[in-house]
Design a protein around this ligand. Sequence first.
Ligand SMILES: Nc1ncnc2c1ncn2[C@@H]1O[C@H](COP(=O)(O)OP(=O)(O)O)[C@@H](O)[C@H]1O
Ligand SMILES: CC(C)(COP(=O)(O)O)[C@@H](O)C(=O)NCCC(=O)O
Ligand SMILES: [K+]
Length: 242
Amino acid sequence: MLWLDLGNTRLKYWLTDDIGQIVSHDAKQHLQAPAELLMGLTDRFERYAPDFIGISSVLGDALNAQVSETLSRLNIPFEFVHVDAAHALMKSAYNDQQLGCDRWLQMLGAVDKKKRQCVIGCGTAVTIDLIDHAEHLGGYIFPSIYLQRESLFSGTKQITISNGTFDSVSQGMTTQDAVHRGILLSIVGAINEISRRHPNFEVIMTGGDAATISQHVNRPVRLRDDLLLNGLARYFDYRNKS
Ligand SMILES: Nc1ncnc2c1ncn2[C@@H]1O[C@H](COP(=O)(O)OP(=O)(O)O)[C@@H](O)[C@H]1O
Ligand SMILES: CC(C)(COP(=O)(O)O)[C@@H](O)C(=O)NCCC(=O)O
Ligand SMILES: [K+]
């Protein structure tokens, strides 16, 4: 199988064998041209001859149509995931016309009906979702640390910071530190507050910035980089059974 995750910044793919083991995996920035990036990967994909392609995309109809066109050349059946708020594994009261497919799949990949869970996706946007015994209670969306820095850069005259590392949440004494620490604290502080309000929820983090952010969270965090893949596998597995 070939699994694709088209996020706002990166395209992730996983090739798996018949017992579900990952045989090849990568994550690449697509610079809003995912179809062109896929074109360059087709040789690699064909070598593994997957019999199906399952896709999560939050890139919208126009880019999805371009992706479809590229994939149709492979002559391998493919399908985009559609959010199902009444799924057997997890119910959700969130507006299902709006809920991002990657957010939903990350939750589907994590959900455990015996647990209370807080699933945090740290991608281009940071999403924080609460799940109570397989019932999605809703969540929050924040701009990532990078998007926050870009918005300060473009919305102010005197903040000209466009690089530097996010490594502390203590107060800063320079613009550079104040910007990075303030931004990191806005996300870490929100996570700490949400987990304070929901003390018996297991905190699970995934996505490109999960390691950077989790270090400063004052609760045990489970880092999982397989959530979306697991959600895709569960989604198509269930759909084939019904
Ligand atoms: N300027 C930037 N804007 C957004 N993300 C950036 C930027 N620079 C680097 N990144 C990295 O891009 C990665 C995006 O993570 P990922 O989980 O793949 O997100 P998405 O699913 O939204 O594409 C993060 O690791 C982040 O650190
Ligand atoms: C919240 C997101 C932007 C996160 O995307 P990502 O950071 O993974 O690229 C995406 O899931 C999305 O576009 N969601 C639609 C809005 C919603 O979930 O309500
Ligand atoms: K993502």
